[in-house]
Design a protein around this ligand. Sequence first.
Ligand SMILES: [Zn+2]
Length: 377
Amino acid sequence: MIPSNWLKCLILLLALWPSGLIKGAWAQAAEESSRRLGIQISLQFLPHQEKLLKTDLDFLKTISSWNALSQLEKKTMDLLTGDSSELNQWLRQRIQFLLPIGPQLRIQIFENEGPFLYPYEDVFPQEMEDVFTMENSQAGHLMSNSGVAYYLFGKRRNEILSLNFKNHFPKLKSDLLVLSPRIGIIHVHKNTFNYQNKISVSGREPADRLQRLSFLFHEGRHSDGHGANLGFYHTMCPPGHDYTGRIACDTPSNGAYSVSALFLKKSLEVCHACTEGHKETLRLTYLDSKLRVLDKNILSPEEQEQINQYENEMNILGHQLLGAYSRSDEARIVLLKKSLQEITEKINQIKKPINLPKTYWKSEPEVLNYNHEPESD
Ligand SMILES: [Zn+2]
């Protein structure tokens, strides 16, 4: 039985923490069922939201095969070619359910527990407080991977969580047990559908779809990993970074931001239906993800301050140069150009990239080997 306080605590936590990872009540059966059905979209979405998500996933099926992948690119997503069927499979292995934030799931501790042992039982990732609060963010929360959160919740307490979400997926025949971070439950926040996160006015252009799909691929990576690297949790961005102090960076080169960056980069290369303007916008999203991967030199506050000073000096010199041009003062022009060049070199010296060694975390997910079927006599 579940102590009522404990249950209240769990329900409260889940109400505040909108995410969840559930696996088929009968692990094997649910696995097969989900694979057959593909990614399931909750009935609780508004009709236009549901339609958009469905057509995004349809769009993924039509995506042109990516250009040849480098060895490092293959390593980033464990891919062979990056053709449409491989991308579909990649996503569907990691995401099974899309739900809106709002209608809560009914969660309880699975009661008929037999003996079970969580893999890497005493090893946990360093969960960051706001890892599920928001990923990108031009407009607040977009998506979050709840599955890994539920799995960890159960593992920390050595309990198995059971989830009933028939109000989202009426066709599910039974409750689902959370036996792996690959349960793949993604909550999609309403901001995902807001105008701030649309590239075109309609939000239905290829670039819009690629952007939303990149969020899904990002969340998909959070369904991976084991032991200390379970969930591919983000880390705090260091001083000098655009997101200093926020849990919005990745240490490994195959983390969620690397996955979304690679997805956008390779898809953009072959998106013939994307307009040039839309491509530019998507490139900014790509760069935003790319720069969150901490495998390059990060400027210290002092270095950034020094660069600011140099840039101010360059501004002043630039104005003086314009004046010299207007007076056709050749000697002055040569002098000013030389000074500008010297400052540019000083800035480049500070910015000189230091390529840190890349690290890759193993993506194999944890799976709790648990057979709930009653033993026959
Ligand atoms: Zn993330």
